[in-house]
Design a protein around this ligand. Sequence first.
Ligand code: NAD
Ligand code: DAU
Length: 346
Amino acid sequence: MAWNSDKTIIVTGGAGFIGSNFIFYLRKKYPDIRIVCPDKLTYAGNMTTVAPLLNDDKFRFVRLDICDRKGVYELFDEEKPDIVVNFAAESHVDRSIDSPEVFLQTNITGTSVLMDACREYGNVRFHQISTDEVYGDLPLDRPDMLFTEETPLDPSSPYSSSKASADLLAMAYYRTYGLPVTVSRCSNNYGPYQFPEKLIPLMIVNALNNKSLPVYGEGLNIRDWLYVEDHCRAVDLILQKGRVGEVYNIGGNTEMKNIDIVKLICKALGRSEELIVHVEDRKGHDKRYAIDHSKLSSELGWKPLTDFGKGIKNTIEWYVEHREWWEPVISGEYQRYYEKMYGERT
Ligand code: NAD
Ligand code: DAU
């Protein structure tokens, strides 16, 4: 299905990692649609990422907090969107353990403000970007167990609890108000433009700078990795053909132990594994995530297209070639964050 110049889509959080990749994906696939990006530009938002789009007259960036009801309503009034996709969030588990409150504000209140605006301005189609972390975790010794959409919500961290709350609100808005809502729950993404607080970019950037590579505990925790473009394609399909009122899992069929990823990055960059340091574990650390995405595959024909070997090669190359993107990011405030998070651990 194609969208034409009549469509206006609001993509919140588009100066962050997945949101920006989604905007680039949309722009390429649907050159005529209007894309509006409200983003608060927290530490995780980066204007450099979206700068190439600023001359595009079918793209608008607005610095806006999704919790700012007046500002959000004004934006809806001006833009009359057909679709809203909500990527805006506080997204880092470790930060949520340190300071939960802003996670509740943005991830819960912000989502409800956006959905209220959707109700107010013509029952606008709303898609909530959620996470597999809402299901809690799986044991390491039960490879047969996967998260399905029926798995009970059992989040472990303030971050995942706030995302689970937003999912419940989204479903409540569907049932109570008939708002046309879908929710997707994706596994760990990797790719270009990811803030270097998350495992893969942090290890790449540290390795490039010959800094130590801080692995939590033994590094045996497992995540299911998905290349970000595959996530973008899944969200596009859900917007085009998904059934409202439904949740769709998205996953990469790529379960990896953290330690194996870090070793792989060392090898790819020609760095010694002696850089690896085992540090104090994350509190409440989820053991394993693994996604059953058969609903999305059977209903909408989606499957991941980029295998991990290719995706991680692209990603490492991107960070090698884009020092000008990440070097400013890891100065100033980031150094204070790093000292606070890792200084206490080692
Ligand atoms: P990110 O932290 O890289 O980007 C978040 C963006 O939201 C930033 O641009 C930030 O400025 C913006 N933002 C934060 N608070 C805001 C507010 N109050 N108002 C407006 N903008 C605000 O996050 P990401 O990794 O791109 O994640 C995007 C979404 O995908 C999140 O909802 C996250 O829960 C979900 N998700 C992420 C992953 C992953 O592996 N990164 C996996 C599954 C789901
Ligand atoms: O599963 C989806 C989720 O994936 C998203 O909802 C989150 O927004 C996203 O941040 C991610 O959460 P994780 O906690 O899985 O990602 P993170 O990159 O923080 O950590 C991945 C694993 O690596 C985890 O087991 C903790 C470990 N780790 C992480 C960091 C930052 C380390 O060992 N060392 C580190 O320095």
